[in-house]
Design a protein around this ligand. Structure first.
Ligand code: GUN
Length: 295
């Protein structure tokens, strides 16, 4: 059996077009134009590419984009001062401080300084706690994107055996919370899990977020399972360009799975789409207006 390939690019385009429609409806009904502020500290080229892309995509969806750059030498006090100004700015509904931060800056303190109502990354402990307690939270973008892909592929997830491989605060743990909220039976596996292949073979849904290239083998996958690969790893190639692979050995897994995300073109495109979506959700909650239908 060959797995159905889950097209993350197409799904992200659908999310983005729903966001654009919601932005247009909010502007028409309430004069609200959601605004996203992205802060980049230092000159890491990859982070620069991400930040520009977040700004461009916000504007394409009809939102305001505010880009703030600080030098790598910026102090914690300067960065916290900028966050405080963005917290107080009414035209800014979402704040994202691009990670990783240069050495010497404390990411946890910066995340905690962001107004939880504007924390569109969903990293603030208040949002982490709200998600865990089942309250309305801003949900981290990558796991939210995985949920959209899974629900589009499978419909209701209720009662399914789900395995999350990886326990990071930005993917593994919130992913497990979202699957639990969707009534899955959830296992979280990590580096100390005994018999990971056997645990994986029991899962109807596998979400791999370990950051190790092609770590999950085809022989670990139950026939017909849905496989969501969050990993993006660059393997060296003779031409020096490198090749992107996920955390799952794609060809092996695709031969047994029922549905699988490719890398690239699977989970990756969903992250920015969900960031835009979170910015609209944040704007609606801040202005106490109902979320436009269909978002
Ligand atoms: N760096 C890479 N991905 C992300 C993300 O989703 N949010 C933030 N804040 N930094 C990142």
């Amino acid at each position: 059996m060959a797995a159905r390939i889950i097209d993350g690019k197409a799904s992200a385009a659908r999310v983005t077009s729903r966001v654009a429609a919601a932005v247009s409806a909010l502007q028409g009904a309430h004069g609200i134009v959601p605004g996203l502020a992205v802060v980049l500290v230092g000159d890491d080229p990859a982070s620069g590419v991400y930040v520009r892309s977040k700004g461009r995509r916000s504007v394409e969806a009809g939102m305001r984009s505010f880009e703030h750059r600080l030098p790598a030498t910026a102090s914690q006090v300067e960065l916290l001062g900028l966050v405080a100004r963005l917290n107080a700015a009414p035209e800014v509904n979402g704040i994202l401080v691009q990670m990783p931060l240069p050495r010497g800056l404390d990411p946890a303190a910066v995340i905690e300084a962001i107004d939880p109502a504007k924390d569109v990354d969903g990293f603030h402990p208040i949002n982490v706690g709200r998600l865990a307690s089942g309250a309305d939270a801003l949900v981290p973008c990558t796991p939210q994107g995985c949920m959209i892909l899974l629900e589009e592929a499978l419909g209701s997830l209720a009662g399914r055996e789900a395995l999350v491989i990886g326990r990071s605060g930005i993917v593994g743990k919130p992913m497990a919370q979202l699957l639990l909220k969707a009534d899955c039976t959830v296992t979280i596996a990590h580096s100390r899990t005994r018999d990971l292949p056997g645990t994986c073979r029991r899962a109807e849904i596998v979400v791999a977020a370990v950051g190790k290239p092609e770590f999950v083998r085809g022989g670990w996958i139950a026939p017909g399972a849905a496989v969501i690969d969050v990993g993006i790893n660059r393997l060296p190639t003779p031409d020096g360009k490198g090749r992107l692979v996920g955390d799952v050995a794609f060809a092996e897994a695709a031969a047994v799975a029922g549905a699988i995300t490719p890398v690239p073109g699977g989970v990756g495109p969903m992250t920015i789409a969900c960031l835009l979506r979170n910015t609209v959700i944040a704007a609606c909650r801040q202005r106490q207006v109902r979320l436009p239908d269909g978002l």
